[in-house]
Design a protein around this ligand. Sequence first.
Ligand SMILES: C[S@@+](CC[C@H](N)C(=O)[O-])C[C@H]1O[C@@H](n2cnc3c(N)ncnc32)[C@H](O)[C@@H]1O
Length: 405
Amino acid sequence: MKPADRAIALLDERLGLLPELLNEQLVKRALDSIFGKREQSVGTLDADSAEWQRLVDEVTVQETWFFRDVEPFRLLAAHVTGKWLPANPAGPFRVLSVACATGEEPFSVAITLLEAALPADRIRIDALDVSGAALEQARQGLYRKTSFRNRLDETASLRYFEPCKDGLRIRPEVSGLVRFEQANLLDLSAYRSRGPYDAVFCRNALIYLTTVARRHAITELRDLVSDDGLLFVGHSELMLFLEAGWFRVEHERGFACMKGAASSEAVHPEVHRHAQRKVRRAHLHAHATVQRVEPTEELVRAKELADRGDLAAAAAICERLVAQGIQEAETYALLGVIDQTNGQFEPAEEMFRTALYLDPHHYESLLHMSLLCDRRGDADGSRRYRARAGRAFEWQQLHGAMETA
Ligand SMILES: C[S@@+](CC[C@H](N)C(=O)[O-])C[C@H]1O[C@@H](n2cnc3c(N)ncnc32)[C@H](O)[C@@H]1O
């Protein structure tokens, strides 16, 4: 086995990273810089070694920024002030930020809780990531412009950051609330004794994992979230949890859910009754999700609206279909096209990836992914998606020919 293939296999085995999404050239370059001429030692790469750690740092995607998606933080603030605080006049509010990358997410949580008037001594935030380099940056707490894609209120930014030569540094009153640790989200057993957590953030990490690793992570997370706690996920990851029996929390673009089994309306007032019914139906159909289904009338309508340029109305229909548990690659692909048209390239990629998770041969999504890779200069990724699109096209032709024969 070539060293890069062996490394990709180890990254899958240990961290659950999806081999298809690992750029072979990137892995090869990382190995070259780590081992030089000693490349052959990949076969025995020890999980505790500095070389393994460097490889992990190089190949993981640490893209993140303060108040990413905005609405999850508004939902968190509303939950704390409207529900948690009245029910818990004393004691800490515990948060776990899984796959926290360089720290923008847990610090956004800390600022949200302080702004929600939760006293600092009642805030406990654990934050973990598998990348030692990302955690090192998080501990330094120094941030440049790219970490601030959502405009911070000026007074808030002065309250929580201090300007310095290279950017903004998070103030100690905030950084002191977060404990950073290195951990693999496939083994969160060490956090069980510290939980259950009132809120867990695990956003934009599962999309990089294999189906087996995602399932494993979802089980791990179930043990960590309290019965009335919130789990915040990335928007294309929400459906994975709904399929696993979690309930969506009604808050537009909040992308949060609650554990299913022990739920009752009394403890989960924000979960609408009708949403529960819909999600249960989605759960019943979970085993059918990777099959191709005929586009619903609603999806046809969404496409018509998108063709006419009414992207907001088209997106609203698609989001409703997703919320109803109708997991169809076409729906996600259309959401991807809409995001792409709106210049939202990262969310667009997530949508196309989800479409490809549901239907690995989805031709349009493969082509769009290839274009998006080109856009960010990933020529190899683009080539791979184009090759897959070519195979999907052939497969469709063959399948069509067989059906008409
Ligand atoms: C795109 S960042 C997400 C950051 C943040 N949660 C957000 O949504 O902005 C993905 C992070 O997942 C981490 N990661 C990937 N696989 C992991 C694993 N098996 N265990 C823990 N962290 C992992 C990467 O190191 C990276 O920092």
